[in-house]
Design a protein around this ligand. Structure first.
Ligand code: MG
Length: 390
């Protein structure tokens, strides 16, 4: 398979890939990264994303983002920036579509609850190579490395190193050391040595932030939990709302909101492209190895970094910690904890077909993390007889 033309020398070229954990012959018509993208799309975990919470629980409304639509928006933003920067679009798309595969039901509340459960029940005989707690980035990697059951010769999707590197966005040094035991000098290595991932991975990381900041404004206003007046206190938002009104003085309501978000999104995308070009011109990487040895090269300008930070803080305080959201997430936490406790006490009840797995704790965590919101709610009613979400 020939390489995509027009790629920058510091982009990830599929023919120079560090390869798959298990060797596979190349596909006749697709590059290694196209193949990774396709494997992600055909995975079971990917289909589950449609019923997993981003901020609002799946059943709260049909128009709110889910993990699936969020992942598609991240892929769109990352691809469009990748093309301009001459980075590998297929790799960017594979990473973006896979980055949230390890999320639990009920978003971050579900993750926090599961993390607490796993830490409280960590088996005394856990090996040195067993990761601690529960964290969705590590779980996304676990899904593509081990949990998907589709192929005759291996567990997981056997993705390329570069795709897996992009999926493991964050990792504590404790867990990095544990992952290193299983995969020496592998995807966790940079968390111990301070290196950077590929530009494609860096791009997806920033596209994730741009996407959720923008769509959480939209969903927040749609839900009625935050108002346009409140948003006017956020400098970044106010600036583009004024810009929208300058071009369209009679614009109001939903269209004004959409136009403001659209202008803000475009400005952030152009800002990243400009700042990244500037950093690339300074650092002059000739190869992806130079990228891995540099600091962050894909970045916002300092002004946009501040603006995005203020917006993030606003969303955290006004939306993610809104009493109505907190009340829902409290109940969601309880669902996850009670499911976990039930299955830890009665592992025979697990319908995952993984009896051979070493620790019951990890097996239960995998099972509960894989649940969609609605499956978790149904299962919780079946087990406890209590209806927490009527
Ligand atoms: Mg995300």
């Amino acid at each position: 398979m020939s390489e995509p033309s027009g790629l920058a020398p510091y982009a990830c070229h599929p023919l120079n890939s560090r390869g798959r954990r298990l060797f596979e012959p190349e596909a006749p018509t697709r590059t290694a990264y196209q193949r990774d993208r396709d494997r992600v799309i055909h995975s079971t975990a990917f289909r589950r994303l449609v019923y997993k919470t981003q901020v609002f629980l799946n059943h709260e409304g049909d128009l709110f983002r889910t993990r699936l639509t969020h992942s598609l928006e991240v892929a769109q933003l990352a691809r469009s920036m990748a093309r301009t920067l001459r980075l590998n679009e297929d790799l960017v798309e594979a990473i973006a579509l896979a980055h949230d595969l390890g999320h639990t039901p009920f978003g971050h509340a579900g993750q926090d609850a599961l993390n607490e459960c796993v830490r409280l029940h960590s088996p005394v005989d856990a090996g040195d190579d067993e990761v601690q707690g529960f964290e969705h980035n590590l779980q996304s990697l676990r899904v593509v490395d081990a949990l998907e059951e589709r192929y005759p010769a291996f567990d997981g999707l056997n993705l390329c190193f570069e795709t897996r590197e992009g999926i493991l966005k964050h990792c504590s040094s404790t867990n990095a050391r544990r992952l290193e035991i299983r995969e020496p000098a592998g995807v966790a290595h940079r968390f111990l040595t301070g290196g950077s991932p590929s530009l494609e991975a860096q791009l997806c990381n920033l596209a994730d932030e741009i996407a959720y900041n923008a769509h959480d404004i939209d969903d927040g206003v749609r839900s009625g939990l935050i108002s346009l007046e409140q948003l006017d206190g956020v400098p970044l938002f106010r600036r583009y709302r004024q810009q929208a009104l300058a071009s369209h003085p009679h614009l109001s309501g939903r269209r004004l909101l959409f136009e403001t978000i659209r202008l803000m999104l475009s400005a952030q995308v152009y800002d990243v492209i400009d700042q990244t070009r500037y950093r690339l011109a300074e650092a002059k990487p000739q190869h992806v190895a130079d990228v891995r040895a540099s600091g962050a090269l894909v970045a916002f300008s300092p002004e946009m970094r501040d603006g995005s930070g203020e917006l993030k803080r606003f969303l955290r305080e006004s939306l993610y910690r809104h009493p109505q959201v907190m009340e829902t997430t409290d109940r969601a936490r309880r669902v996850v904890k009670e499911l976990f406790l039930h299955y830890v006490q009665q592992p025979d009840d697990l319908a995952d077909g993984r009896e051979g797995q070493r620790s019951v704790t990890r097996r239960v965590a995998d099972y509960v993390a894989g649940m969609t919101d609605r499956f978790a709610l149904k299962d919780h009613v079946r087990i406890t007889g209590q209806v927490l979400f009527p």
